[in-house]
Structure formats: structure tokens, C-alpha cells
Design a protein around this ligand. Structure first.
Ligand code: A5P
Length: 233
């Protein structure tokens, strides 16, 4: 990652950390931009902010505890959740998430939050989600049981590729599942595609995050901009 990109992620993380208020229950995303948020939030906690956090991955939970943030079970609604994204559509704030492999818990957290905020550098922002193709696949978490059959069913949407880890072994999510990265999906109507993918037995969840984010904090070399659903700034 370039120094400039890392600084943009830190700027977005800091801006989101300033949205957190005393006493809040806060959802923590996963990935490098969410990490910047957790680090900035940790600084505020060390300065006296009192919050309870819910982490979307084992890695984020470890990072948060290390930063001095209290991490609890996900058992009640959240005031705010902050997470990164792989692609964000400017007007709708529809996002593709899950290249880090934490999409199931990320959605469980986003859905429980009164306000779900996306943070990203400007390379993640697209006028239309389809403009992010073919670079950004839709990650789909699936059960290991019968996975080849699930793979076959998903092939009617595009080209599903089994994700592997650094050793070339099938990637295993925090939930013990596999991930298929769906390339070349034609999702003219993302709602329809999302519903049809979710309806396949064996699919646990997919990375299309629709109608969840209310605000996106986008960092560019020029600074921070805040985008609301509908494109308002
Ligand atoms: C994790 O599963 C993902 O949803 C991440 O939020 C997403 O991949 C963005 O990650 P970066 O902030 O590292 O680009």
C-alpha cells in the first residue's frame, strides 16, 4: 500500500472516530481501513471516551482489545457501526464487501446499527457499482458441505472462484466456511441478484450490502468528504 493511500485510510478512520460519542455501542468492521478507525478510536478511549465495541472478526477483536477498547458479545442493537468497503456506489451507497473474508459478521453488525458508516479512500468510489467490474468480485460465503454443488449453482451468475489462502489452501472464514469470489456477475438489479444468491441452499451470505449505509466518509488527496445516500454532501 502506498504511503498516500495509508494516510487517506488513517484520515477516514480519524473522521469516523470523531462520530463516536460517550456511552455508545459501536460496531467495528474489518480490513485495513477499519483498522485505521479502530486505532483512532483506541486513542479516544485512552483519552477517556467510554464505549462498548462489537467486533466483526477475530482479528479486529484482538486489535481493539490491544488498543484498550472494551469488546463485548453481539447481543443487542448498536448506535453506530463503521466499516470499510471494496466498492461503493456514489448515489445509493450500495457496497461490495468481504474481500477480507468477514462479510457475514460485518452484515450482522451493520444491520444492528442505527447508523452504518462506510469509510474508504476514493479508489473505492464508483458512479455505478457495475463500474467496479471486473476488478471487484462479489464474495459469497458458503458452507463447506456440498460446496461443489453450491459452486455449480452460483455459476449461473458468473464465474465463482474458490478463495485460497497464502499457502494455497481453501480460505477458512471465522465461521469455518469457504468463500467463492463471484466474477463477471451482471447485476443490473442488485436487489434481485442479492435475493437470488441468498436463496441458494449452501450460501451463508454475500458481499452485496444494499440499503444499509447512510453515510460514506471518503478520503482523497484533497481531504475528507462525507456523502449521504442520494449523493448529498
Ligand atoms: C472485510 O471482510 C471487508 O469487507 C473489508 O471491509 C473490505 O475488504 C475493505 O478492506 P480494506 O479497507 O482493507 O480495503
Amino acid at each position: 500500500m502506498s504511503v498516500e493511500k495509508a494516510e487517506m485510510k488513517r484520515a477516514a478512520g480519524r473522521a469516523a472516530a470523531h462520530m463516536v460519542e460517550d456511552g455508545m455501542r459501536v460496531g467495528l468492521g474489518s480490513g485495513s481501513t477499519a483498522r485505521a478507525f479502530v486505532e483512532a478510536l483506541g486513542e479516544r478511549v485512552r483519552e477517556g471516551l467510554s464505549i462498548t465495541a462489537i467486533a466483526s472478526s477475530k482479528k479486529t477483536a484482538e486489535l481493539a482489545r490491544g488498543a484498550g477498547i472494551r469488546v463485548a458479545e453481539h447481543d443487542s442493537p448498536l448506535d453506530l457501526a463503521v466499516d470499510g468497503a471494496d466498492a461503493i456506489e456514489r448515489d445509493t451507497l450500495t457496497a461490495i464487501k468481504g474481500l477480507g473474508g468477514a462479510l457475514v459478521r460485518e452484515r450482522l453488525i451493520a444491520q444492528a446499527a442505527v447508523s452504518f458508516v462506510l469509510i474508504a479512500d476514493d479508489s473505492k468510489l464508483f458512479d455505478r457499482l457495475s463500474d467496479s467490474q471486473p476488478a471487484v468480485p462479489i464474495p459469497v460465503e458458503i458452507l463447506p458441505f456440498g460446496w461443489k454443488l453450491t459452486h455449480q449453482r452460483l455459476a449461473s451468475f458468473g464465474n465463482p472462484v474458490l478463495r485460497v489462502d497464502a499457502r494455497g489452501e481453501p480460505f477458512c472464514s471465522d465461521n469455518g466456511n469457504l468463500i467463492l469470489d463471484l466474477y463477471g456477475c451482471d447485476y443490473g438489479s442488485p436487489d434481485d441478484v442479492a435475493a437470488r444468491i441468498k436463496a441458494i441452499s449452501g450460501v451463508v451470505d454475500h458481499g452485496l450490502f444494499l440499503h444499509l449505509a447512510t453515510v460514506a466518509i471518503i478520503a482523497s488527496p484533497l481531504g475528507i468528504s462525507t456523502i449521504k445516500v442520494g449523493g448529498a454532501r
